[in-house]
Design a protein around this ligand. Sequence first.
Ligand code: BT5
Length: 246
Amino acid sequence: METTRRQHFNHVDSTQRIALSLARSGAAPGSVVVADRQDDGRGRLDRRWESPEGGLYLSVLLPLPASGATLLPLAMGSALADSLGPYSARPLLKWPNDLLVVDPPRPARKLAGVLVDAVPDAPAGATAVVGVGVNVNSSPVDYPMPLRARVVQLSELAGREVPLDELERTILAALALAADRLATRDGRDETLAECRARLFGRGQGVVVDGRPSGTIEDLDDDGALVICEGNARRHLLAGDVRVEGM
Ligand code: BT5
């Protein structure tokens, strides 16, 4: 699927809000909203996404897969990680949607985040609005103090400034391909294998929705996070997970 209907803004509240209202008013899959900066970028669970100039902020409408929809956020995160590879980034995927650069002894730093909103009853057919924020060419002073040590820029990993237009094209192509791949059994299996290979925190303790839980074991076939709690296994399909010690 081609992502060609592109709207670019210098400054918005949130590309995700604009793209969601486009989806609800009949825009077709392939529509893209991009902004140079956002005043009110959204993360999951109503958290905030800091969006200073220099980063890449986009939301794209993709067909919501009939099967494998629970895998979509992970598939998008993994596709995003692949598209950052040419810029010397090898991020891990923190379930379900964070890309972290792990470079001990430094604490893990967040390079990018993905937000997926489903609009199952969109006029143009069931639609996923996939929001992507990547820290690219900004600098630590562009972020509020508590975040500065936990954010990393793609330009730092690449050792050079990264052209945003080139990065946008690479990412959009990778996301569209990854969503298409979920339509087949083989595609879903390959996607899961890739997500498992880059899963962050395996064997580490987690706090789920504020409560200490067990240790991360794996992803199940639906993309749920499998947490080992003594002899029991918990399969988490939604929620907030903090890896202990982070
Ligand atoms: C995410 O949420 O990681 C999803 C972020 C999606 C942002 C894109 S930008 C384009 C589109 N339009 C939008 O309005 N949103 C999407 P979450 O896992 O909830 O992470 C949010 C948390 O990450 C915050 O609570 C902070 O701790 C941290 N954070 C905020 N801004 C950050 C940044 N620029 N880089 C790294 N960490 C950040």
